[in-house]
Ligand binder design. Structure first.
Ligand SMILES: [Zn+2]
Ligand SMILES: [Zn+2]
Length: 265
């Protein structure tokens, strides 16, 4: 069983290809399921440079995903999903937006610490002016709160803060343990996201240090490429598969109508 639960498309303005091209690529690769999980709109169309307008969600994204699900149902299972942002202050908007839809799952990602979009190459300079240990502590505080929020099903790329290669100076094992204890309590799963291999850090999200903790706490896993171009669908899944065998007892989670089930990879 192979799935890709994290893909984008041209609606977010920083990815190429139509939704249909991602589905077709997944079929070509022989995947069993593809999750269409583009960046969610935000209240008042905030941060619109890197995501769809809310109006586009209703007029284009949602109907297209549902149409593709039907059109390709004999070839692949298409999941209707989103990658949401955990951004303090937007929780009630996100909650009511999600409730208006029949998502199969919603990924919860932290891309912002305050107003700082720390994974955006445009703002990489800020890393020179911050205490990196504090950035990591703040990042994991956000991850923990995203798990406590109850808004999401899957923790997205749970060490994205390492994207450009910035590492904490001190050992953050305790911070990680405290964070993933909360993730375990939330019942969420964590994705193995292969896009880190295509970024300066050249490493899967999450690191093996985190995967060891995840395995110890018996937290379920999913898999995603975070494809921003159709040919990235399923990229480096041989690596992801090995990590699932090693740290997840060979099991991955599937989601339908926001209910989790587990299958052998
Ligand atoms: Zn993106
Ligand atoms: Zn993301």
């Amino acid at each position: 069983m192979l799935i890709d639960y994290h893909t984008h498309n041209e609606l977010c303005k920083h990815a190429d290809g139509t939704l249909e091209e991602y589905v077709q690529q997944a079929i070509k690769l022989g995947l069993n399921e593809i999750g269409l999980a583009d960046h969610s709109p935000m209240p008042n169309d905030w941060d619109i440079e890197v995501r769809m307008y809310e109006a586009q969600f209703w007029a284009d994204y949602k109907p297209t995903v549902l149409k593709l699900r039907e059109k390709y149902k004999d070839a692949i299972t298409v999941k209707f999903a989103l990658e949401g942002d955990f951004f303090p202050g937007t929780e009630s908007w996100v909650k009511s937006f999600n409730a208006k839809n029949e998502f199969d799952y919603v990924i919860g990602s932290v891309h912002y610490l305050g107003e700082w979009g720390f994974d955006n190459p445009l703002y990489i300079g800020k890393f020179e002016h911050v205490d990196i240990d504090q950035v990591y502590i703040s990042y994991y505080d956000h991850i923990k709160r995203s798990a406590q929020s109850g808004l999401f099903d899957i923790i997205g790329h749970c060490d994205l803060v390492k994207k450009f290669g910035h590492r904490p100076k001190k050992n953050i094992e305790e911070v990680l343990r405290e964070t993933f204890k909360v993730v375990k309590q939330s019942g969420m799963s964590v994705e193995i996201n292969t896009s880190g291999l295509r970024k300066p850090v050249k490493e899967v999200y999450p690191s093996e240090q985190i995967l060891r903790i995840i395995s110890e706490y018996d937290i379920p896993l999913t898999i995603g490429s975070d494809a921003h171009t159709p040919t990235d669908v399923g990229r480096d899944f041989n690596v992801a598969r090995q990590l699932v065998e090693k740290y997840g007892k060979g099991k991955i989670s599937l989601y339908t109508n926001r209910q989790r089930s587990e299958v052998n990879i």
